[in-house]
Design a binder for this molecule. Structure first.
Ligand code: AMP
Ligand code: MG
Length: 348
């Protein structure tokens, strides 16, 4: 398949390209589009065949469901059974990096939801995604636009290297702003009332969610390795993910001890290091990737997946990174990094 790449900086000047992409989606084709989180691999969310094409293009198991993207939060009710808590979440965080799991309506095929009776709904906050959704007049089903198992793409070059020849159109809209996938929550109820289960942490933090819903429960798979045969609430958490092919090890210790360890490792073995800006001058520059200042979690999130891809291209035999804190945006970084590292943490 020949893949067209459209570079779009201003969607108001790209009407013809966006219409062509919208027509491809309506005709059952695949279009990669930028969002504020990561790039999405989109197809018609109402079509069984389009969902199957998405799984095939990604090389993704078909029990790992897709997210339905909508241009207006109020549209969710066409595809899912919404409730008051959904409305409060939408008012607080949409458009934005939040995905909500709701009971699905019949128009959403089981192929899209990986066989589940629930559907994931998100309204992205990106002018190109918004313009494409409006032009195609469809909900767009989209997982991240990487080959299954690779880090999510945060710029068009990542998408081109993974999916060229596998999709009809790639829309290049520059670097993703946030750089980590959306926060996913499920609305649940028990005898004491409604609550949110956090299935995947992202830029909408647990603290921010708690301002809208008092009870936020973090799903075990966010922090811990699943036991053999255990199924997570969010199927995506089951798969090894974001993973470089070179082993990644996360370092846990005081700043001083970690710096001393990294210096000595650089002298004795070929390693790649994701270090804080503050450490860069003290380390050798070969295979060194500065992730942002120690306290600047937003920059660390923005650069993480690109650095994992770059570190994986080096001649290193091992990649080291810091174990992030577990609060605020740190929880999202922690969740992606422990999975990329297959839970390998080294105490220094
Ligand atoms: P991706 O955008 O590539 O991370 O893929 C979407 C992720 O959303 C999947 O990996 C699932 O973990 C999650 N997801 C989508 N639909 C559901 C659902 N109905 N229930 C729970 N998790 C879901
Ligand atoms: Mg993904």
């Amino acid at each position: 398949m020949q893949t067209k790449v459209f570079r779009i900086t201003d969607p108001s000047l790209a009407g013809a390209e966006l219409q062509e992409a919208a027509d491809i989606l309506r005709a059952g084709g695949l279009v990669v589009f930028p969002t504020e989180t990561v790039y999405g691999l989109g197809g018609n969310g109402l079509s069984h065949e389009a969902a199957e094409k998405i799984y095939a293009a990604k090389g993704r198991p078909s029990d790992n469901p897709l997210i339905i993207h909508i241009h207006d939060p109020a549209e969710a009710d066409k595809y899912a059974v919404t409730d008051q808590l959904y409305n409060r979440l939408a008012a607080a965080f949409m458009p934005g990096p939040l995905t909500v799991i709701l009971p699905k309506r019949d128009c959403i095929p089981y192929a899209t939801t990986g066989g589940l009776d629930t559907v994931a709904v998100r309204c992205p906050d990106h002018p190109i995604a918004h313009a494409l959704l409006k032009a195609c007049r469809l909900p767009i089903a989209a997982p991240s636009a990487n080959l299954s198992g690779k880090p999510s793409p945060t710029c068009a070059e990542h998408v081109i290297s993974d999916l060229s020849g596998r999709v009809d159109i790639i829309i290049d809209g520059g670097e993703s702003d946030i750089g980590l996938e959306s926060t996913i929550v499920k609305i649940d109820r028990d005898e004491t009332g409604e609550y949110l289960t956090l299935l995947r942490p992202g830029a909408i933090t647990a603290d921010a969610l708690a301002c809208v819903c008092e009870r936020v429960v973090i799903a075990p798979a966010v922090l811990e390795q699943l036991k053999e045969g255990e199924r997570p609430l969010s199927p995506g958490m089951m798969y090894r993910h974001y993973a470089p092919t070179i082993p990644l090890v996360l370092l846990d210790g005081t700043p001083k001890d970690i710096l001393a360890f990294l210096k000595s490792e650089q002298e004795t073995k070929p390693c790649a290091i994701l270090c804080y800006d503050e450490e860069a001058t003290e380390l050798q520059h070969k295979n060194l990737f500065t992730v942002g200042a120690r306290e600047d979690l937003a920059t660390q999130a923005h650069t993480l997946f690109a650095h994992l891809r770059e570190a994986d291209k080096t001649d290193a035999r091992i990649i080291y990174a810091h174990l992030p804190p577990r609060d605020g945006l740190g929880l999202a970084l922690y969740n992606r990094l422990i999975r990329a590292a297959a839970h390998t943490i080294k105490k220094i």
